[in-house]
Design a protein around this ligand. Structure first.
Ligand SMILES: [Zn+2]
Length: 177
């Protein structure tokens, strides 16, 4: 990763399409890490992400949970939202997400919903735990029986529970996603 490569990525320009796939990955990860480090000074959490297709930067994201008062404003979610707005689509099929840290369960699910082709991360849930973040704790929670959670998750089923899906399936002009 060179300063020039970071600068060109920051400008939204196509980085040099040289080097191996690993080297190209390293450049985008370096940009994600750069965004994460910069974000700390800007009052956000230490997470950054970029979305790329065919060597072209489509969108960047930084964690804005505390400044935006939005617990879902994770870097990956911010990047996904920005990328979808940029391309005018709700699907990111064909795109790659590079993120400074292993996506938490929220961002992993967001990546699946966005139909991304690939997710590449730098630090992992254990690094995040050192920073006091709950990524690893939430992964552990998901692996535990729901009855043991501190958060009660209660399924109640009124007679019309399936009505939204009946309406959806009967709606011929729906947009599947
Ligand atoms: Zn997340």
């Amino acid at each position: 990763m060179t300063t020039d490569a970071a600068a060109s990525a920051a400008d939204g320009a196509r980085p040099a399409a040289t080097g191996s796939a690993d080297e190209r990955d390293a450049r985008w990860l370096a940009r994600a890490i750069e965004l994460a480090v910069e974000n700390v000074a800007q009052g956000g959490g230490p997470f950054g992400a970029v979305i790329v297709k065919d060597g072209v930067l489509v969108a960047e994201g930084q964690n804005r949970v505390t400044p935006n008062l939005d617990p879902t404003a994770h870097a990956e979610v911010m990047a996904i939202r920005a990328a979808c707005q940029a391309i005018g689509d709700f699907s990111l099929a064909g795109y790659t997400l590079y993120t400074s840290c292993e996506p938490c369960p929220l961002c992993m699910a967001a990546s699946l919903w966005a139909r991304l082709d690939r997710v590449v991360y730098a630090a992992d849930r254990h690094d995040a735990a050192v920073g006091g973040f709950d990524d690893r704790a939430f992964y552990d929670l998901f692996a535990a029986p729901r009855e043991t959670w501190h958060l009660p998750i209660e399924g109640v089923r009124p007679a019309n529970a399936a009505a939204p899906f009946e309406a959806w399936n009967a709606h011929g002009a729906r947009t599947d996603y």
